[in-house]
Design a protein around this ligand. Structure first.
Ligand SMILES: Cc1ncc(COP(=O)(O)O)c(C=O)c1O
Length: 398
């Protein structure tokens, strides 16, 4: 075997020894699993209005955008979605990207000047971390959701431009950032606040407008919002939203906008239809909140360690990476897909199952899935001494 391939094999062996092998599992169209692993929070990915809108644009424009918007031209579908996003988020202007990852890279990089200090939460998503890295400026990583640490970092850099970088709903445990407090601290120090609303858009805030809107910060001139269009909106793509001058700056200088093929018009049109449904989806959001509380009652009641039910993401602690893998595999064998998060996909050394809730999953299937997760924890506990066996069902069956 060539040297470089042998070196890769050795690294794969090390990952395997640490229980951190990643493998691709098959997924069939319309498979019958109960999906607690995807991010289709409102069940809009398959909504007939969404797929019909995408189908019409597919017929009109074809499969792909065929180029970046600056080179190939900017379709009505892209502009219409951006106008709707800007109105929904309460900002001047929005710009779509072909993924949330690329939107975050552009947003962070677009906000920095040579002397800028970035202050980034320790639990931030990889795309924000990479945005800080490619920006090439000093980055201080502050302990998770620690407003005092953010204040101290800003106070230690008087007179320097600074950006506080955070998610609103953190992607691994679903907990909320203290956005109002972070904004107050940022403003006191003349810093900007960049918020990734990926897991909040459509799920929290007035008319589902996300965590920034929920914190009363929509349209603030020192706040920039990013989000993915691939979770509650059920499609693909990302958005950066904020002051018109900043969006113009990204159109003219954002490398992941300029040098990337635009998101396909069909997806953009589908996402726009999803946005209309998400805005009026208070009933879906109420259902999600009920389900999150039910997870905590059922799994917490069975003695499992569960994160706070703040949004549509709830994590359940596993004793280690191998136990997490076995637990998730057992669930899958019984028809329930759950996320299995192990280092380095976790912000700390703790492995978890991550349950992402969807109002689109049948309620009875969802409740049965919770029983499966508890049962499988018991099975895994027998083969893995570190995993605490759950207690029996609570009396009210929740
Ligand atoms: C918090 C957060 N930001 C950004 C992204 C990236 O979005 P996309 O999948 O559209 O690239 C994700 C995950 O998908 C995420 O969880």
């Amino acid at each position: 075997m060539a040297d470089w391939l042998a070196a890769l094999d050795r690294r794969a062996e090390l990952r395997a020894k640490a229980g951190l092998t990643r493998t691709l599992r098959p997924r069939a169209a319309g498979d019958a699993v109960v999906d607690l692993a995807g991010n289709d929070y409102l069940g809009l990915a398959t909504h007939p209005e969404v797929t019909a809108a995408a189908g019409r644009a597919l017929s009109a424009y074809g499969l792909g955008a065929t180029g970046s918007r600056l080179v190939r031209g900017s379709t009505d579908a892209h502009h219409a979605l951006e106008d709707d996003l800007a109105r929904w988020l309460g900002v001047d202007r929005a710009l779509v990207f072909s993924s949330g990852y690329l939107a975050n890279l552009a947003a962070v990089r677009g906000l920095v000047q040579p002397r800028t200090l970035l202050v980034s939460d320790a639990h931030n998503h990889a795309s924000l971390i990479d945005g800080c890295r490619i920006s090439g400026v000093e980055t201080i990583v502050t302990p998770h959701a620690d407003v005092d640490a953010v204040a101290a970092a800003l106070a230690a850099a008087p007179g320097r431009p600074a950006v506080v970088v955070t998610e609103s709903v953190f992607s691994v445990d679903g907990d909320l950032a203290p956005l109002a407090a972070l904004h107050a601290v940022a403003r006191r120090h003349g810093a900007l606040l960049l918020v990734d609303d990926a897991h909040a858009l459509g799920v929290t805030g007035p008319a589902g407008a996300g965590g920034v809107a929920a914190a009363g910060l929509a349209g603030e001139p020192d706040v920039v919002v990013t989000a993915t269009l691939s979770k509650a909106l059920g499609g693909a793509g990302g958005v950066v939203a904020g002051p018109a001058e900043f969006v113009r700056h990204l159109v003219e200088t954002g490398r992941t906008f300029i040098f990337d093929t635009a998101p396909p018009p069909a997806v953009v049109a589908g996402v726009r239809a999803a946005l209309r449904l998400a805005r009026s989806g208070d009933d879906l959001r109420a259902e999600l909140a009920e389900r999150a509380a039910l997870v905590v009652r059922r799994l917490g009641g069975a003695g499992l360690e569960v994160s706070a039910p703040d949004a549509a993401v709830v994590s359940v602690t596993a004793p280690g990476p191998e136990a997490a893998t076995a637990w998730a595999a057992d669930c899958r064998d019984r028809g329930v897909a759950v996320g299995c998060f192990r280092p380095p996909s976790t912000p700390d050394s703790r492995s978890r199952l991550r349950l992402t809730l969807s109002a689109g999953v049948d309620r009875a299937d969802f409740e049965r899935a919770l029983d499966v997760i508890v049962d499988c924890a018991a099975v895994s506990a027998r083969s893995e001494p570190g995993l605490r066996a759950p207690q029996s069902r609570t009396e009210d069956g929740s």
